[in-house]
Design a protein around this ligand. Sequence first.
Ligand SMILES: *Cc1c(COP(=O)(O)O)cnc(C)c1O
Length: 386
Amino acid sequence: MSDLNLNKNTATAATDFTVPANILAISPYRAGKPTSELAREFGIEPDSIVKLASNENPLGFSPRVKQALIDYLSNSSLADLGRYPDPNAFDLKAVLAKHYGVDMANITIGNGSNDLLEIVSLAFLNRDSSAVYSENAFVVYNLSTQARGARHLAVPSKDLGLDLDRMFEAIEEDTRLVYIANPNNPTGSFHPKEEIIAFLDRVRETRGNKTLVVLDEAYNEYLDPELRFNSAELIAEYPNLVVLRTFSKAYGLAGLRVGFAIAHAEVTDYLNRVRQPFNVNTLAQLAAIVALQDEGFLEQSYQMNKAGKAYLSAEFDRMGIAYVPSFTNFILFEMNEGPKVAQALLAKGVIVRPVVGDGLPNYLRVSIGTEAENQRFITALKEVLA
Ligand SMILES: *Cc1c(COP(=O)(O)O)cnc(C)c1O
């Protein structure tokens, strides 16, 4: 089964509920298996399980965030949890605006950037429109397009990277959104600033603001410093650009759910019209503010990831396993019958991510963990392949 062919899914309704065809055709998002589930299924000690399936930060999050959460929960402000969170996330937006050199009016907060992908699609897609995305990209682009009943213009990837030329050519008169994950998940590929700008120029020249470019930069913090660029600054020149960032990956706050969009003030206004007013909870707002300020933790995470990437790449080379050079905290590697191998790894307490739903049955995706976790993975993989 392929998530890419959602619209061909022949889900049958067991009852006489009246459900729109586009909703019937959705197969639910399949997340990486939670550790607790694996422990139950295979009778493995939860502590000995290595989860390398969801691109989380193996270091967790900043100790400063931990302290801020403990302080919050152990003093009188705890009572605030009985109140709704700040619907406009004033304090969080203030630090984000400063950090990225934009106005607060350019920022939309989300319950993770998944929420923002949903919000963007709610604001701009309907049944009379279409969205362009790569076939081997984040499956949520497909899901939110499908949920709106919009047309899919899915473009094959090129050498497991995005084919930006074909994505541009795929744009039609009714195309409202183009999704670009940079770096891309699940392939790990990356397009440098010049190529992104060239793409934005082409879209602006031919489409004006009729087509928005959603630049999803969930893995930005894992890029080598010379490759990073502040795409948020580009919104001044490209009002049709929506930049998405998240606290789930390098900042390690996946469990708290917080992400944000940076866009033209008018676009931000539309996004906020469909955003649920209390979509980001109080603890998440607090944690994100502190996380943003701990650059030392980010640097430590980056360095550990870089070392892990070098180790895993070298091991793959030694084992003769092909992989996509990664710009992220995961590596996509070639593996015949990926799902079967993933299942065999599960029995050894190692969770990796099959990407069959992303149209890549003969690949697996492994998140880069701590040194010990990476070694466990390699040992388990060698045993499985022996
Ligand atoms: C992980 C990821 C996200 C972020 O998800 P959150 O909802 O912020 O946890 C967004 N886009 C891509 C491409 C991702 O891989």
